[in-house]
Design a protein around this ligand. Structure first.
Ligand code: SF4
Ligand code: SF4
Ligand code: SF4
Length: 197
């Protein structure tokens, strides 16, 4: 196998590994990040600079800090890469991005929604008070002390209800697994925190 074939194979490997990630935005970010650290040789400007900027813009969107400006920049970058990259690897990377841009998933992330509910910057975990029995299992399992509340004790009332402190929550998802009453839900984050241009 020639060196070029090995490099080509790596792009295919990256594509396959990216496909195992649920959210298309995360697939695109994974693909571009791995492309930059492996097959991208840096010999031509549209691919080299385009890939670097694409990774930054994709990260904004995955983190819930993206905007329409990021989506517009990604389209410009991918179109430039598709046209002017020297070799198939750069053109394939551009095609990978443009294929996903044909769906509305980039725009959804720019608007603050991850349709797969998997980008942690765009989701929150919340406790539904009406469904919570104050058993405390979620608080016991949370490694980040993000859940506050008091367990029920006999002959006492006036408990502090269980709630998740969003600033401390890492979105690890462990609490949702142990709740016996399905009182914890994963939901779209309340608001986006920043806009990049
Ligand atoms: S398009 Fe090909 S030659 Fe140009 S930087 Fe990318 S991998 Fe290298
Ligand atoms: S998602 Fe993880 S960090 Fe957040 S409250 Fe649940 S267990 Fe704690
Ligand atoms: S595990 Fe569920 S029921 Fe128990 S305190 Fe937490 S949210 Fe409430």
């Amino acid at each position: 196998m020639t060196t070029e074939q090995i490099k080509e194979l790596k792009v295919e490997d990256i594509k396959a590994a990216a496909g195992e990630r649920g959210c298309p935005m995360q697939q695109a970010l994974y693909f571009v990040t791995e492309f930059l650290s492996g097959p991208m040789c840096g010999r031509c400007f549209p691919c080299a600079m385009g890939s670097y900027e694409a990774r930054i813009r994709l990260q904004h969107l995955v983190d819930g800090k993206g905007s329409d400006a990021d989506v517009a920049a990604l389209r410009r970058i991918a179109e430039d890469m598709a046209e002017a990259s020297f070799c198939k690897k750069g053109k394939d990377t551009a095609k990978f991005i443009l294929d996903w841009m044909a769906t509305d998933v980039f725009a959804s992330h720019a608007a603050g929604t991850c349709p797969d509910m998997s980008c942690t910057g765009l989701i929150e975990y919340r406790i539904i008070p009406e469904a919570c029995t104050s058993c405390g299992d979620c608080k016991d399992v949370c490694a980040y002390s993000a859940i506050h509340g008091e367990k029920r004790k006999p002959f006492r009332s006036g408990y502090h209800p269980f709630e998740i402190r969003q600033k401390k929550c890492t979105k690890c998802g462990e609490c949702i697994k142990v709740c016996p009453t399905q009182a914890i839900i994963r939901t779209a984050a309340a608001a986006k925190t920043a806009v990049h241009v």
